[in-house]
Design a protein around this ligand. Sequence first.
Ligand code: BES
Ligand code: MN
Ligand code: ZN
Length: 498
Amino acid sequence: MKISFAELGAPKAGTVVVGVGEDRALTPAAAALDKETGGALGRAMASSRFTGTKGQLLSVLAPANLAVDGIVLAGLGKLADVDALTLQALGGSVAAHLNGAGESEATIQLGALDGVKLPPAAIAANVAFGARLRSYRFDKYRTQLKAEQKPTLKKLTVQSDVGSAAKKAFADLDKLADGIFFTRDLVSEPGNILYPESLADEAMTLTELGVEVEALDEKKLKKLGMGALLGVGQGSVRPPRLVVMAWLGAKDKQAAPVAIVGKGITFDTGGISLKPGAGMEEMKWDMGGSGTVIGLMKALAGRKARVNVIGVVALAENMPDGNAIRPGDILTSMSGQTIEVHNTDAEGRLVLADALWYTQDRFKPRLMVNLATLTGAILVALGSEYAGLFSNNDELAERLTAAGKAVGEPLWRMPLNEAYDRAIDSDVADMKNISGDRNAGSSIGGVFLQRFVNGVPWAHLDIAGVAWSKKDTATVPKGATGYGVRLLERFVADHYED
Ligand code: BES
Ligand code: MN
Ligand code: ZN
């Protein structure tokens, strides 16, 4: 789909989309169109349930005197409450509706909206951003799609009275969408295609954007003493990797970076503590945390963010095998701390233990945020409405929460405390990788990771419930969501750029 911006004017073909506020309040563009159609829009609303509520859409056949063939009314709700997320949702819903209806060309007319706090350029840009986000597809392995199964919308024009300013406002959002799409692509790939080495190769493509990328192989990992990451990887014929990405966009390239760390289990069978068969195919997206880190680096480099950011992803495949780690094995992590493995399915915390320690040791970051599809327990607690947030630092937690709220990727803070920490003490090593029962499973994962951050301000986002979606939402088609790219891009933009 090609997205463009133009000044307001009568479209010549396709569908024209106009906005309607609560209680059927026509926006100026809608009022003009209503007049042109001899009041057809008012009549169509009156004979339907459409009242202009946020999210409502109403299709109207265009009368013969118009050059377009269809009209869509899009509900905006109370104009005073319209924010960037409302506009993105509108763009997304309209794109999905038109693709479903078989339309190939459309024009969205919004212009300036009385009572809406955003400038006209931002209004147009956010509508376009939403339309692009919803139009994501992962069809590369579907060789027999019928015409009616394919998206049809080829050309979307967003009209405003500030055509070129809207295009400028869209440019950064477009780069953000590029990052999100990269994440969605990576997370969608199956385990036979995406494994530690091939995922490292994907990260390597960011060098085109000026990101420095380094992939550490098994030999280097051994030398660094990363026994936890190597332990998880040793049951697979695909060797583990640790990939380091550096985007140095700040004026001072030496300034302490923000570090983002991702769990990258390219497939999680559970290892010797094998998972049940049903649903195991979902574990191809157990590299979701690393997918987000890589997509975030793409988004930041794409818009040349003025900040130093280090991205680190710990990549391994968790397989049962003659060479796999067993329950009871003791691993020595890079930090020197020893870990008794009670369950080989609690592998994400093992690979992150070495990645977090390495990151703080080498880069002395001002803060670290890690993302991980770490626990099924976070789904029990929060479902898919929130990702879990665990942190040793209140300011960091508040900043992340605010960023999540602003972009529609909400976080809910969960506790870490001394009692949880005691629960992972081991009788034979410095710690074990699970506690003695299933209680508070997500917090147990959190306190485990905390033992490897060496006091650095740190937050852990447990994204097991949000990295993949089973249903479409306005801006996220079902499948890989790309959760976290927008959140962290906003977090960085709001606090850490010079
Ligand atoms: N990758 C899983 C967590 C997960 C579960 C992600 C469901 C997405 C959906 C993780 O490695 C895991 O297996 N965790 C175990 C931990 C347990 C053994 C303490 C779990 O949640 O059951
Ligand atoms: Mn697991
Ligand atoms: Zn896992």
